[in-house]
Ligand binder design. Structure first.
Ligand code: NDP
Ligand code: GDR
Length: 374
């Protein structure tokens, strides 16, 4: 008799990580259920290539409308699906936005985690369902130790990080109190061509590619000296899966161990675009960055992109993941930049070609100018 397929439920399936994880689990033969939010426009572009007509039998990707702020909806979906694994990736994930929508962020990112854990417990699935919680390096905030490991103390610096701190501890608490298989991946920043356009790396690759294509003139940025440990989302979702295949539920740091500044990320993007270096002039809010090849001012600073409290430096140490689960990041930062620039160049070239022929196929909603973004 054929072995029964494993079933996974992904919250946040329409996001960057959700889309890579869905691909990985489908490749591994899972039946994948995903929760998507109702929106007034289509919001499934990252998973449209995985779409299956609901009229075919043996569907392996099934989407449900839902929201992490809605307990009854989550209980109903989990009751119906009885998943072997839940990946709780859904979140209001933008740190700067969390200062403006603090209560919503707490509800979705903090209490949303509790709602998932409690639904599994109430439905009597504690022994069956394994839960992955998307925790974050933002928990370290004002860092107490370099590099950061699973034992480094937390000091969150934003409503987002404080909400995720609750998510982290309630996951640990349900594991200890009820013996549930629930664990935290403490993931450092990870990027890809599917990264949301308002996060710094994608804002840079997209913004500079648009300047290269003549669509925009200059990109406005915030803190260029911020230091991050950037990996590739595709490498990191592999680890999310591995964590749920472990014998015991444990928390793991996932990082590359390499740290670069936002400024350096801009320089790497400029190199990839064939501009040579970026020449920096001036200081602080008056600083500008010029293209090395033709002197055009392509970077300016705008105070609106600074945060009320900043996380200035993050550097992870993922040796536990390496030793216990054999995980290592495969993609270098230069490869990540190259992959992102290639996709953003192609998008910008398409838009430039259409506009040169008098067409305006992309609406401002589909392709807003880079400086309208956080
Ligand atoms: P994205 O912002 O790309 O995706 C977030 C997902 O959550 C989207 O599918 C979004 O739906 C969904 N979502 C937002 N609000 C709700 C809600 N109220 N109910 C249900 N779903 C909701 O994030 P990433 O894919 O980059 O990150 C995945 C997770 O990992 C997040 O929890 C994030 O906080 C965390 N994380 C991310 C890191 C990174 O560097 N990428 C690092 C560490 C942690 P919609 O498409 O409709 O907006
Ligand atoms: P982060 O990612 O806050 O680390 O959270 P983001 O890319 O938004 O910022 C990284 C650093 O860049 C600085 N920065 C700017 N950021 C944005 N977005 N826009 C700008 O114009 C800009 N200029 C400078 C920021 O100040 C910051 O220091 C991400 C999210 O994916 C979280 O969900 C996740 O938990 C963490 O990574 C790990």
């Amino acid at each position: 008799m054929a072995e029964k397929k494993k079933t996974a439920l992904i919250t946040g399936i329409t996001g960057q990580d959700g889309s890579y994880l869905a691909e990985l689990l489908l490749e591994k033969g899972y039946v994948v259920h995903g929760i998507k939010r109702r929106a007034s426009t289509f919001n499934t572009s990252r998973i449209d290539h995985l779409y299956q007509d609901p009229h075919v039998s043996d569907q392996s990707l099934i989407l449900h409308y839902g929201d992490l702020t809605d307990s009854t909806n989550l209980i109903r979906i989990i009751q119906q699906v009885e998943p072997d694994e839940i990946y709780n990736l859904g979140a209001q994930s933008h740190v700067a936005v969390s200062f403006e929508a603090a209560e919503y962020t707490a509800n979705c990112d903090g209490l949303g985690t509790l709602r998932i854990l409690e639904a599994v417990r109430m439905l009597g699935l504690s022994k069956k369902t394994r839960i992955y919680q998307a925790s974050t390096s933002e928990l370290y905030g004002l860092v107490q130790q370099i590099p950061q490991t699973e034992t480094t103390p937390f000091y969150p610096r934003s409503p987002y990080a404080v909400a995720k701190l609750y998510g982290y501890w309630i996951t640990v608490n349900y594991r200890e109190a009820y013996g549930m298989y629930a664990c935290n991946g403490i993931l450092f920043n990870h990027e890809s061509p599917r990264r949301g356009e308002t996060f710094v790396t994608r804002k840079i690759t997209r913004g500079l590619a648009r300047i290269d294509a003549g669509l925009d003139e200059c990109l406005y940025m915030g803190n260029l000296d911020s230091l991050r440990d950037w990996g590739h989302a595709r490498d990191y979702v592999e680890m999310q899966w591995l964590m749920l295949q472990n014998e015991t539920p444990e928390d793991f740091v996932i990082a590359t161990g390499r740290q670069e500044s936002v400024r350096r990320f801009i320089e790497l993007t400029a190199l990839e675009l064939g501009w040579g270096s970026i020449e920096w002039e001036g200081k602080s809010i008056n600083e500008i960055g010029r293209r090395g090849d033709n002197g055009q001012v392509v970077i300016r600073i705008d105070s609106r992109y600074f945060r009320p409290a900043e996380v200035t430096t993050l550097l992870g140490e993922a040796s536990k993941a390496h030793q216990k689960l054999g995980w290592k990041p495969l993609t270098s930062l230069e490869q990540i930049v190259a992959e992102m620039v290639a996709v953003d160049k192609e998008e910008a070239a398409k838009e430039a070609l259409l506009s040169s022929k008098g067409f305006s196929v992309m609406s401002p909603m589909e392709s807003p100018p880079s400086n309208s973004l956080n």
